[in-house]
Design a protein around this ligand. Structure first.
Ligand code: NAP
Length: 262
C-alpha cells in the first residue's frame, strides 16, 4: 500500500525518538513510532504507535514494502545492539531512506575517575574481588553479567523490577530519569556508594550521576557503545526532523551535523 500520507517510521524507545515524533507531528508530518514493548507503561510519543518486535530484518523489510513509509529513522538507544543492523538491512532491501538519530556519548572532564570497559562482562570483572558499594545504572537487562560478583554490594537502579539472575548482594531502587545532581548525591551518600557503573548512553537526562560522582571523587566504570551500522546519522531530533521533511518533500531543509545541541 503506497500512499502520499504514509507515516514516517521511527524506531523508538528513547527521549530523542519522542522529541522527533513531537516535532514531526507538530509540523503535520504523519508519524508512526515502533516500540519493542520492553516497558509495561512506556512514555508514549505523539502520533501513531506500534508495539513489539517484527521478527528480524526480513520481516521489517516486508513491512516496509507493504506500508511504504517515505523515510525511516532509527532513534533506538545506543545500547540496543540488534535492532540497528536489522533496520539498516531492511531499509537497504526495501529501498527506503534511513537516518540514524543518535545522541553523542559522554566525555571525561577534569576531576573524573573513569574506567572504560568493552561490555557488562568486563565491568563485572573490574568489580570482582572488591568490597565495593556499587550504584548499577545499566538497566534491567544484562544483570546476569554481575551474578558472579559476590564481593560487592549493588544498588540496582531500574525503571521496572529486575528478574533473576541478579547479583547475590543487592537492593533495588525503582526510578526513572531525568535525575538531578542533588538527587544523585543523596542516593550516593545514603547508600555509601563508592563505584558507579554506567553505559555511555549520553544525553542530559541521566548525566547528573557523572557530576555527582565527580563531586564525591568516585570511580565510574563506563561501558563503551556497541558498534552500529554505517548509515547517515545526526545527533539531534531537530536535525532528524529537517532530514525527514526534506526526504518526504515537505521543506527545503538540510541535514547538518552531529554538532547541533538539543
Ligand atoms: P535490541 O537488542 O537491539 O533488540 C532486540 C529485539 O527487540 C530486536 O531484534 C527487535 O525484535 C526488538 N526491537 C528492539 N527495538 C525495537 C523497536 N524500537 N521496535 C520494534 N522492535 C524492536 O534492543 P534492546 O536493547 O532489547 O532494547 C529494546 C528497546 O528499548 C529499543 O527500542 C531501545 O530503543 C530501548 N532502550 C534500550 C536501552 C538499552 O540500554 N538497551 C535503553 C533504553 C531504551 P525482532 O527481532 O523481533 O524484530
Amino acid at each position: 500500500m503506497t500512499t502520499a500520507s504514509a507515516p514516517v517510521l521511527i524506531f523508538g524507545g528513547t527521549a530523542d525518538a519522542r522529541r522527533l515524533a513531537e516535532l514531526l507531528d507538530g509540523a503535520g508530518v504523519p508519524v508512526l513510532t515502533s516500540l519493542a514493548g520492553r516497558v509495561r507503561e512506556p512514555q508514549l510519543p505523539a502520533g501513531e504507535v506500534r508495539v513489539g518486535g517484527f521478527g528480524g530484518a526480513d520481516a521489517i523489510a516486508e513491512w516496509l514494502v507493504r506500508h511504504r513509509p517515505p523515510a525511516v529513522v532509527d532513534a533506538t538507544h545506543p545500547f540496543a545492539a540488534r535492532i540497528g543492523p536489522a533496520v539498516a538491512q531492511a531499509c537497504a532491501a526495501a529501498g527506503v531512506p534511513l537516518l540514524r538519530l543518535e545522541r553523542p556519548g559522554w566525555s571525561e572532564r577534569p576531576g573524573d575517575r573513569w574506567r572504560w570497559v568493552a561490555d557488562l562482562d568486563e565491568a563485572a570483572a573490574a568489580l570482582d574481588g572488591r568490597d565495593a558499594r556499587v550504584l548499577l545504572t545499566t538497566g534491567r537487562q544484562g544483570l546476569a553479567s554481575f551474578t558472579g560478583v559476590e564481593s560487592a554490594w549493588f544498588l540496582i537502579r531500574s525503571i521496572e523490577a529486575p528478574e533473576p539472575p541478579v547479583p547475590p548482594r543487592h537492593e533495588v531502587l525503582l526510578d526513572r530519569g531525568p535525575y538531578t545532581v542533588a538527587g544523585e548525591l543523596e542516593v550516593i551518600d545514603r547508600h555509601a556508594i563508592d563505584v558507579v557503573v554506567t553505559k555511555d548512553s549520553g544525553g542530559a537526562a541521566t548525566e547528573a550521576k557523572l557530576e555527582a560522582a565527580r563531586e564525591r571523587g568516585l570511580e565510574v566504570i563506563v561501558v563503551r557503545r556497541p558498534p552500529r551500522p554505517d548509515v547517515a546519522a545526526v545527533a539531534s531530533a531537530r536535525d532528524a526532523a529537517a532530514w525527514v521533511e526534506q526526504v518526504a518533500g515537505r521543506a527545503p531543509a538540510q541535514v547538518t551535523s552531529r554538532s547541533e545541541s538539543r
